[in-house]
Design a protein around this ligand. Structure first.
Ligand code: PLP
Length: 433
């Protein structure tokens, strides 16, 4: 289609985008979203696209859920912003709510605007309170695009390249990524290899008594939708307890029902010292936060951290409505059962398709990893599958260190019919014919 096609209303806007928007902003789908509802995005032509991206794990309750929209409207009429000049009702109510739904020892909440900002705040808290400099992160992790979070991110080179120097005192340990490990098929050995690597770090790179925090995503997100195997995070908890290190769990992508639990760490039955949240918290409004224990946060003196917009009343009102919807519509349970069904289906499908290396994930956070004929990661196939889905108006994203994984992140309240439609499109796309 050429730019003179007057029937495609997206084109004029795409041309303006090309002219005025900073080209660093990469978009996956070259359509202009005009409106969205539930599981669908509508472009300027009125064409409907089934959304298996949820704005990267944000619209867990679907686009423009009426209860979230209503909460936003009401809050706008009442109070939009006061910043840290005053207390406000929605911040306090949301802090209480977040304490109620996170692991039971966590009881002190802070709100910010983006995932990266929340990670920065959590690391500041850990450093301040322990008075130690170092942070241990994991290979394949993604924590954001600010300088500190970029330094903590190793999912792909292009997030870091040409931005050096980055903040220091970060030591990268091995994530137990079984499928690409020499010990594939022996989960215990994969876990041991990772823990041995950390032990090596503690003997050759940094003393554990200089480590403020171990920071981990319970499922690598950007890094390929790789769940930490059972027992690994428990082992990290023990290391943290032994050395007085804080365990920080980054639930920016895994939170709010996505994995079939309200927070993914519940699968591991571990109490972190700090839990970071963002994305799915507020139905699409910008909001993030972290929750810790009062005995930790009471050592962080007032004013040592803050944010002008963080915990804005409108975003907090949207979050309160979003959490109500997740609880009342039983979306955690829905993610668990639909996610299980979809994984089983794709695992079965994979048996007959050699280029599908692994289907994995938890709840409605599912990754499908592709191989070339030599068993090496294949970005080419993942891109081809994503493109074929797009032709059928199903939007999916890729991830993984080489871009070799398709990630499925639909709304948790997607209908059975739409889930079925997406599975059929995906299966067709994955047959590669
Ligand atoms: C696990 C994780 N942490 C942090 C971030 C950064 O969030 P934001 O893009 O809101 O800064 C992301 C974003 O994808 C993420 O997936």
């Amino acid at each position: 289609m050429v730019m003179t096609d007057t029937t495609n209303k997206n084109l004029a806007y795409l041309a303006m985008d090309d002219e005025y928007v900073n080209p660093v902003l990469a978009r996956s789908a070259r359509i202009v979203a005009h409106r969205a509802k539930g599981s669908y995005i509508y472009d300027m032509n009125g064409d409907a696209y089934l959304d298996f991206t949820t704005g990267i794990a944000v619209n867990n309750v679907g686009h423009c859920h009426p209860r979230v929209v209503e909460a936003i409207k009401q809050q706008c009429e009442q109070l939009i912003h006061t910043s840290v000049v005053t207390h406000h009702e929605r911040y306090i109510e949301l802090a209480k709510k977040v304490v109620e739904i996170t692991p039971k020892t966590l009881n002190s909440a802070f709100f910010a605007n983006s995932g990266a900002e929340a990670v920065e705040g959590a690391v500041k808290l850990a450093r301040y309170v322990t008075n130690r400099p170092a942070v241990i992160n994991f290979r394949g992790s993604f924590h954001g695009r600010t300088f500190m979070t970029m330094a903590l991110t190793t999912s792909k080179l292009y997030y870091r390249e040409n931005y050096e120097p980055l903040p220091g005192s970060i030591h990268t340990s091995m994530f137990p990524y079984e499928y690409r490990s020499h010990f594939r098929g022996d989960t215990k050995a994969v876990i041991k290899e990772s823990l041995d690597y950390m032990d090596m770090l503690f003997h050759q790179f940094v003393s554990p008594n200089q480590v403020a925090a171990i920071l981990i995503e319970p499922i690598l997100g950007e890094g390929g939708y790789v769940p930490a195997p059972e027992g690994f995070i428990k082992a990290l908890r023990a290391i943290c307890d032994e050395h007085g290190i804080m365990l920080i769990i980054d639930e920016v992508q895994t939170g709010f029902g996505r994995t079939g639990k309200m927070f993914c760490i519940e699968h591991d039955n571990v109490e972190p010292d700090i839990l970071i949240m963002a994305k799915g918290i507020a139905g699409g409004m910008p909001l993030s936060g972290f929750v810790s224990r009062r005995d930790i946060t009471s050592k962080w003196l007032p004013g040592r951290h803050g944010s002008t917009f963080g915990g804005n009343p409108v975003s907090c009102a949207a979050a309160l409505a979003t959490i109500d919807v997740i609880q009342e519509e039983k979306l955690v349970e829905r993610a668990a059962t639909l996610g299980d069904d979809m994984q089983k289906r794709f695992k079965k499908f994979a048996e007959k398709h050699k280029h599908i290396g692994e289907v994995r994930g938890r709840g409605l956070m599912i990754g499908i990893e592709f191989n070339d004929e030599n068993g090496e990661p294949s970005k080419e196939i993942a891109d081809q599958v994503a493109a074929k889905c797009m032709e059928q108006k199903l939007i999916v994203l890729t991830c993984g260190n080489r871009g070799q994984v398709i990630r499925l992140i639909p709304p948790l309240n997607i209908s059975d019919a739409d889930a079925e439609k997406a599975c059929e499109i995906l299966e067709k796309a994955m047959t590669l014919k």
